[in-house]
Design a protein. Structure first.
Lengths: 263, 648, 414
């Protein structure tokens, strides 16, 4: 696709690895960059609101976006705990942008997924969530065709007016590998973003997520006999069942598929 | 003027001119090499050339007795003849003894060339044809011409024998012979190998190879403008020189597991492509086996043209298992693996194009310090029931900072198969009452995989992290069951300030067994063969300890045809399972076929990579067992007697 | 069901024992005494008249047809107590996802939490459910809906979050609800809730999974942390955030709502595009048919996958042998899958493979070897020749499809 006149900005955040909790490039943001590069190649602008930390691993994480072949990332400097929405909105209001790409939600912090919606509201743009791809852009009619990701690999086609904000789903094309050389040589263009502190979240209690207990099957029994039966019956039927014979096997599998609603 | 007088005058001019021409060629060739990046010049090495040629090179050549004898005759005859020719015809010394010597040396060379000719009657596929088919004829013409030329001078034949006709024939023969043998040396003929090869032996990038070992990859400066090799001129100058030393004997090709599996790699072709890249041109004239599946004549290159996907397809680079079979087999001591990794570095660190699952694995390594992305905090989960001593802060016990042995667990910690080996090792260490401790969650992947996938940055980060962890504690020996970690820590951490006494578990256990600290039952009869891991064998020369251990268990090893230094790789090295370049068959399947050929029921391994690859072969197949597991089966545990003795 | 009359000694015993709790439910049909005589149970006949006396109508007019019916397998449906909110003190608004017009478990859990909020402290709140588009479900009353606002129009069949957001703003302005709850789902609730939050300039609590008095616990950091924060007005709740309503019936009375004017949205739904099951990335696929070394007939395997509508997977060996492409490989060395149903055909289950399917819900093994690891892991294991079993399975599925077609065809003809 050659969309030379198109102005596309991707917003990136610091990701966090799910098991090691180390900073990394956020998976969805990286996909957003990949999609942006597909749309406009080197003309893609990338924006990050935050600070360039002295912490090596955090810098490496931010630089790994540069390693995807970006020449620079615009850095709107703000304290790590400040509200990025206002900072970014302030900046974007001064730009003429056609498409803003973000991830669906951040990998750390509140990760409410509100940022693209708030930006859309403030900038008066259309907002489309969880996209897997941008199929085409009609610059004359100011419309784009996008593919929205639905559960289990299903896709919905949407037409959306330009300019718009799209949050990119995990179903989008895999991001290219981040290469060390370009990552080290890429530049940050820093501007002061302003400080809008988020006071509300300061008194929240944040702890590591524990596994949520599995919901117990509650048996609504009206009689003692039913309650007795429920208490003594085998916990789960069908577990580890072994069937022999072609007919029985096929039937048992079919029953399971019907039970799971797949057929 | 008689024909003999004419000859002697003419020869002076001819040979002087040829030598001048050779010199011009040599300068031109050196200019080609000098396009490369700077690297230490080991001038003293030049003095070592004869020794290296006669000892190190011939040690490799002598694996093929026929060729070794042939080469001694031909090359010895040629070198001697050349010196004598220069003395006789350029410096015009007229010592009779020299004439007789030339007669002898040219005869020797002629005999040698007959054998070269015979070898090339029905050349095996690893030999290059084309100009190399011309070489035996040139050798014969050269030696025969000078032999006949010398005959009258010795007085065996009267001077002027044959008259002008013979003189003309001799002139023609000498022009051919000298053209090929002298000028061809520096102008790109088959004899180039003698000139470049000699210099390469002297100025080799790994001087320690001669009479020692040098197998660790060399670090690069991560802050340089270009990481890795993109174009031929990005190689070091002495690497460019080494490519020119290739004789296209194809021993590398014979030993390359990827080539045998039909993956698009042929080490010989790769080196020849590097020569093409250095000098410019296309590969149409290459007369050896192609990269499997890629037609010869479709690629071209130049010194300042990117190599990958222009001269060499990227699949070629990523097929390599870094098993070093080619390097080990190369009589010219060319370092194929260095060149491949250099080019991989550019692919990964500049282009970000590690194929297959490479990108995912590298991302995992940087985020979790292990290739499969497991939480670093679960590294010790496998040993929950082992009650291991962990270096550093322990929950209840005091700070542990000292132990005799540091047990390097490696990424087998996350792999259910290789946890069995680890458990066996721990039992054995405990049986031998070894004082050992592990690094626990602080241990990171050794960096072997990242480095071989070209990600030097991640390797250096992991290496530095491991070194700073280990430097906090004091221990005498590092013991590991993973030859890759063993090699990395032993040979590659030194550049980053990590110098340790590292042992592979087979070496360590062999010591314990010979000291009687571990007693093994040697009564069992096992039909067993042993598979040498590349990183233990070829990389570190350890062939005996595993065999000693197996023999201590009473096993008579049914050796595979390819064992020890020629052992075939299991296919698991160098990130080959990660990049997963398709071929016609799988390397582990071929290796398992080698095992089955010995009729062994068990194949003993000494590497978690090998056990994973060989166990991946579809059953039925011989059982795969690590030596530690076999030892545990044969362990004679101390009954209470010693304890009682100690108490009394 | 068989027409044979079967004696049920226990039922007969209960029928004789008037003190048994089930006695009432069972003695509907004719009761035979010990001597075989037909006995009428006078307690069950008739009705209580207006003056409080029992009346037996022998004219047959009020005769219920229960007489002579056999003992039915299902007990009569229990009628749950009705929960009424006559004068709501406040409103709790729940916007339902209604995937294909029905309540799903996420909707029910959301309603359950809404009822908790409506009845906490002194209670008195009413749960207003808002349903967009077609509504096929008739169990809203049992799921905890006190009031229903149903906005239906042709355009609500499509994805039109902007219009819905507008409608919601109107409703909220009118009802001034204490809380607004939406399922934080990919089926529309998550999107709509965030749009609404942005429009209302309300900071929502997203990923709420627990309510404690005046605080909620939310999953933050993409599922890695729990955030305890004050209860907010707008809540986007996770599945299983609360038990669904099961003990009470609710009014489910329709509230009229003047439809807000249709706005010109910036989004235009072009409809779902048909996705080939094999184009779905393995990691996302919900139903995987995976083949291994034990498959002899790959043609049949592909055919089975297409008939079942399953995404194809493969074991490493099958990939190595060139029977399947590399990106189809399941396992620790291939793709980690999360399918709802995973059928492993001829895969004995190497450790790496078992690791890769660890997240799957239901695993079916088809294998000749009963002792293999896959059989140990599987929920259903079919032991036998995979070719025959797959062939029979395809037959059964196709039969079922045909039957369905004829039924559907008949329905449209009427």
């Amino acid at each position: 696709m050659s969309n030379n006149n198109l102005s596309v900005i991707s917003l990136v955040s610091l990701g966090e690895h799910p098991t090691s909790r180390r900073p990394r490039r956020a998976e969805q943001d990286a996909r957003a960059i990949e999609l942006g590069i597909k749309l406009v190649g080197d003309n893609l602008q990338t924006l990050h609101a935050g600070e360039l930390s002295d912490d090596a691993s955090q810098q490496t994480a931010l630089r790994s976006y540069l390693g995807m072949g970006l020449a620079e990332i615009k850095l709107l400097e703000m304290p790590a705990d400040a509200d990025a929405v206002l900072v970014i909105a302030d900046y974007l209001k001064q730009q003429k942008t056609d498409i803003i790409l973000t991830g669906v939600r951040a990998e750390n912090g509140e990760s409410s997924g509100m940022l693209p919606y708030l930006l859309a509201e403030q900038l008066g743009m259309a907002m489309v969530t969880s996209i897997a791809d941008i199929l085409s852009i009609d610059e004359v009619n100011k419309q784009a065709e996008v593919l929205q990701a639905l559960p289990r690999g299903q896709r919905r086609k949407l037409k959306v007016d330009l300019p718009f904000i799209a949050s990119v789903d995990m179903a989008a094309a895999l991001p290219r590998q981040s290469a060390f050389g370009p990552a080290m040589r890429g530049q940050f263009e820093t501007t002061l973003g302003g400080t809008f502190t988020d006071e509300e979240s300061s008194d929240w209690q944040i702890v590591d997520a524990k596994k949520r207990p599995k919901r117990l099957k509650i048996i609504k029994a009206k009689t003692a006999a039913d309650r007795f039966k429920a208490a003594t019956a085998k916990a789960s039927g069908g577990g580890g069942k072994v069937v022999y014979g072609v007919e029985e096997s096929a039937q048992a599998i079919l029953d399971l598929l019907i039970e799971e609603g797949l057929i | 003027m008689s024909s003999s007088e004419f000859l002697s005058h003419f020869l002076f001019t001819l040979i002087s001119f040829a030598l001048l021409l050779t010199l011009v060629g040599a300068v031109k060739r050196m200019l080609l090499w000098s396009q490369g990046q700077s690297s230490t010049i080991h001038w003293l090495g030049l003095l070592q050339i004869p020794r290296r040629y006669l000892v190190d090179l011939h040690h490799v050549v002598a694996r093929d007795k026929y060729m070794s004898n042939t080469h001694v005759a031909t090359a010895g005859g040629f070198v001697l003849s050349s010196i004598l020719i220069i003395l006789l015809y350029v410096f015009q010394l007229t010592l009779q003894i020299l004439t007789w010597a030339l007669l002898g040396s040219s005869l020797l060379m002629f005999i040698g060339s007959i054998f070269v000719m015979l070898r090339r009657r029905n050349p095996p596929p690893n030999l290059s044809l084309g100009k190399w088919q011309r070489l035996p004829k040139s050798l014969m013409v050269f030696s025969l011409s000078f032999f006949i030329l010398t005959l009258p001078a010795t007085g065996i034949l009267p001077s002027d024998t044959g008259g002008w006709l013979l003189a003309l024939l001799l002139v023609a023969g000498i022009i051919w012979g000298i053209g090929e043998m002298f000028c061809g040396m520096t102008w790109g003929g088959p004899m180039k190998h003698a000139f470049a090869g000699a210099l390469h032996l002297g100025l080799h990038r790994r001087q320690e190879r001669f009479g020692g070992q040098s197998t660790g990859l060399k670090a690069i400066d991560l802050s340089s403008k270009k990481l890795g090799v993109e174009k031929p001129i990005d190689f070091k100058w002495n690497q460019l020189l080494s490519f020119d030393a290739c004789v296209e004997c194809g021993r590398c090709e014979n030993n390359c597991p990827a080539f045998a599996a039909g993956q698009p790699l042929n080490p010989k072709k790769l080196i020849q492509d590097m020569v093409i890249g250095m000098a410019g041109g296309d590969d149409a004239k290459f007369a050896g086996s192609p990269y499997p599946g890629i037609k010869v004549g479709t690629h071209k290159g130049g010194a300042i043209i990117p190599i990958v996907n222009v001269l060499v397809e990227s699949e070629t680079l990523w097929s390599c298992t870094t098993c070093r079979a080619c390097v080990d087999a190369c009589p010219m001591m060319i370092e194929h693996v260095d060149a491949i990794v250099d080019m991989r570095r550019f692919e990964t660190m500049e282009k970000g194009q590690t194929p297959g699952k490479g990108s995912e694995i590298l991302e995992n390594l940087s985020a979790t310090d292990n290739p499969n992305g497991f939480a670093p905090s679960t590294r010790m989960n496998w040993a929950a029931d082992q009650n291991l001593t962990v270096f550093g802060h322990n929950e209840k016990k005091q700070q542990v900072t000292q132990a005799d042995v540091l047990l390097w667990v490696g990424d087998a910690a996350f792999d259910m198969r290789n946890q069995r080996t680890l458990r066996a090792m721990i039992k054995l260490l405990r049986a031998a009452k070894v004082d050992f401790a592990v690094l626990g969650d602080a241990e990171c992947d050794s960096g072997d995989l990242a480095r071989r996938l070209g990600d030097e940055a991640t390797f250096q980060r992991l290496a530095n992290s491991n070194i700073s962890t280990m430097n906090k504690y004091s221990f005498n020996t590092i013991v590991t069951a993973d030859p890759h970690a063993f090699h990395c820590i032993k040979n590659e951490y030194g550049e980053f300030g990590g110098n340790y006494n590292v042992m592979h578990h087979t070496g360590f256990f062999a010591e314990l067994v010979s000291q009687q600290k571990i007693k093994l039952d040697n009564s069992k009869e096992l039909a067993l063969t042993y598979h040498d891991p590349c990183y233990l064998g070829r990389y570190n020369g350890e062939y005996d300890a595993p065999r000693f251990l197996l023999e201590s268990m009473g096993v008579k090893i049914k050796e595979m045809e390819r064992s020890k230094s020629t052992a075939r790789c299991c296919g698991g090295g160098g990130g080959a399972p990660v990049t997963d370049i398709p071929g016609k068959q799988r390397i582990p399947d071929m290796r398992m076929a080698d095992v089955i050929e010995t009729k062994a029921e068990i194949v003993a391994v000494a590497c978690p990579g090998c056990s994973a690859m060989l166990e991946g072969v579809v059953e039925p197949r011989p059982e795969v067992k690590d030596i530690a597991e076999l030892m545990l089966d044969a362990l004679i545990e101390d009954t209470g007697e010693d304890m009682v003795g100690a108490q009394v | 069901m068989s027409e044979l009359f079967r004696r049920d000694p226990r039922a007969q015993w209960i029928a004789r024992n008037r003190l048994h709790p089930l006695h009432q439910a069972l003695v509907i049909g004719p009761v035979f005494g010990p001597s075989g005589l037909l006995r009428k149970n006078l307690h069950l006949i008739g009705f209580i008249g207006p003056n409080g006396l029992k009346r037996i109508d022998r004219s047959g007019a009020s005769n219920n047809s229960e007489q002579g019916s056999r003992r039915s397998a299902t007990a009569s449906e229990v009628i749950l107590p009705l929960h009424q909110v006559v004068e709501p003190a406040f409103y709790i608004v729940v916007v339902l996802d209604l995937v294909s017009g029905r309540l799903n478990s996420h909707d029910k859990d959301t309603l359950g939490l809404a009822q908790q909020l409506a009845n906490r402290n002194s209670g008195g709140g009413a749960v207003v459910a808002i349903a967009f588009g077609e509504l096929k479900d008739d169990s809203l009353d049992k799921a905890g809906v006190d009031r229903l606002i149903h906005i239906n129009d042709e355009q609500y069949a499509d994805y039109n979050p902007e219009q819905r957001c507008n409608d919601l703003q109107g409703i909220i302005a009118e009802l001034e609800p204490q809380h607004i709850l939406l399922p934080d789902s990919i089926n529309g609730g998550g999107d709509l809730g965030r749009r609404l939050a942005a429009a209302l300039q309300q900071r929502p609590a997203c990923g709420v999974w627990k309510l404690n008095d005046d605080t909620v616990i939310c999953r933050g950091s993409a599922g890695k942390r729990d955030i305890t924060r004050p209860l907010s007005k707008l809540l986007l709740v996770m599945e299983e955030c609360s038990e669904p309503i099961s003990e009470t019936r609710h009014e489910n009375s329709l509230m009229s709502q003047a439809p807000s004017p249709l706005t010109n949205g910036k989004l235009l739904d072009q409809g779902n595009i048909s996705v080939d099951p094999n184009a779905i990335p393995l990691a996302e696929a919900g139903f995987i048919l995976s083949g291994g070394n034990g498959i002899n007939d790959w043609e049949q395997f592909h055919h089975t996958a297409s008939v079942l509508g399953a995404t194809e997977g493969a074991s490493r060996v099958a990939v190595d042998d060139g029977n399947m492409p590399r990106e189809r490989q399941v396992g620790a060395t291939g793709t980690w899958v999360t399918a709802q149903v995973y059928i492993a055909v001829g895969i004995s289950g190497a450790i790496q493979h078992m690791q890769g399917i660890g997240q799957c819900d239901k695993v079916v093994a088809i294998n000749t070897d009963e002792g293999c690891d896959m059989v140990k892991r599987a929920d259903i294991s079919a032991i036998g020749d995979s070719t025959e079993i797959l062939a029979r399975l395809v037959e059964l599925v196709e039969q079922r499809k045909q039957i369905k077609q004829t039924i559907n065809g008949g329905a449209t003809n009427e």
